[in-house]
Design a protein around this ligand. Structure first.
Ligand code: UD1
Length: 337
């Protein structure tokens, strides 16, 4: 009886492992460290006091994936593993389709073969494309504007088809808004490779003096201060949403897409100020051109998560920034080499 956590050493996966263990779940983690470090496992042990069963697995390899299902009695899968950089996906679309879809196919094949019928999938608010209105509800039209987003869309549809083909399947498609924050221990957090694409890790690098200046991508959006507005959500809140989703799947069949967001939008300038306040460090910035493909505003209507999962976000943006600042201070080089 175990929950397979794919991508369990990544940013969201690692925080979810803690919440699963806190809830008394038995887990097995599979990762190939393509975008994470083995040190995460030591940190998880420090935090939870438990040795987490771990397998280094390339989920694109069917035989390796099958070994996992043979060795453990896997009842549920939480599928985080996947490439996630939008720009890279535009440059290397095949790599994204092969990796994100290929690993998912193998997992589904093995789920079918070994009688495992419940899966939570890490989807993204990216499936809403550029939304016409906010807050965003789950029944809004979905579309993709880059290969990364298309892999999320395709996998959502594939998992829905699976539920149509077998009424015993349970699928929860969690559409994340913008996860930031870190565990309160300061031992785990976000550690992106190279120059970050996303706002919060970029702010951190600038505050740490590792990058010279933050570019604010546009101050002429129709928002309260002209910069882009997003629904930043604490990664620990997000992690707890997965525990609730497991519980939901055990009681309900079929496929459900559910937003995980706070319902509150913060602008780029507001997030910068919140981080400055939390860290005591000034973050230099300059306003530049808009980034192609960016929406002005994107925030969730999180009421379905409340209704179906009994979940809502607890932490606000100040707490998110305090936890990120602590992680950054304690780990100036992330998990190191
Ligand atoms: C990103 C992803 C999206 C994914 C989402 C949640 C891109 C292009 N999109 O979107 O697919 O679903 O995260 O994980 O990566 N900003 C700056 N300067 C920066 C970086 C960002 O001003 O250096 C602004 C952006 O214009 C935006 C906001 O900050 O208004 C947030 O950007 P980001 O963190 O990249 O998240 P999303 O754009 O929401």
């Amino acid at each position: 009886m175990a929950v397979l956590v794919t991508g369990g050493t990544g940013f969201i996966g690692s925080h979810t492992c803690i919440e699963l263990l806190n809830a008394g779940e038995e887990i097995v983690v599979a990762d190939n460290f393509s975008n994470s470090k083995p040190e995460v496992l030591n940190r998880l042990k420090k935090i939870t006091g438990k040795d987490i069963p771990f397998k280094k697995v390339d989920l694109c390899d069917e035989a390796e994936t099958e070994k996992l299902f043979k060795e453990y009695k896997i009842d549920e899968v939480i599928h985080f593993a996947g490439y996630k950089a939008v720009g890279e996906s535009v440059a290397e679309p095949l790599m994204y389709y092969e990796n994100n879809l290929g690993s998912t196919f193998n997992i589904i094949k093995m789920m079918k073969k070994y009688g495992c019928k419940r899966i939570v999938f890490s989807s993204s608010a990216t499936v809403y494309g550029i939304p016409e209105t906010v807050p965003i509800k789950e029944d809004f039209p979905i579309s993709a504007i880059n290969p990364y987003g298309r892999t999320k869309l395709f996998i959502e549809e594939i998992l829905r088809d699976l539920c149509v083909s077998d009424a015993d399947f349970s699928v929860v498609l969690l559409r994340y808004f913008n996860p930031i924050g870190a565990h309160e221990s300061g031992l785990i957090g976000e550690d992106p490779k190279g120059i970050p694409n996303n706002l919060m890790p970029y702010i951190c690098k600038v505050a740490a003096g590792k990058l010279p200046i933050l570019s604010v991508y546009g101050n002429d959006y129709p928002t309260r201060d002209g910069s882009g507005v997003r629904d930043y959500i604490h990664v620990v809140d997000l992690a707890k949403g997965h525990v609730c989703a497991l519980d939901y799947m055990r009681k309900n069949k079929g496929a459900k897409a559910i937003n995980l967001g706070t319902g509150n939008g913060y602008s780029v300038f507001e997030l910068v100020r919140a981080y400055e306040k939390a860290s005591g460090i000034t973050v230099p910035f300059k306003v530049t051109e808009r980034r192609p493909g960016d929406a002005a505003e994107c925030y969730a209507d999180p009421s379905l998560a409340k209704e179906l999962l009994g979940w809502s976000a607890e932490y606000g943006v100040d707490r998110m920034c305090e936890d990120v600042a602590r992680w950054q201070k304690m780990n100036p080089d992330g998990y190191g080499d």
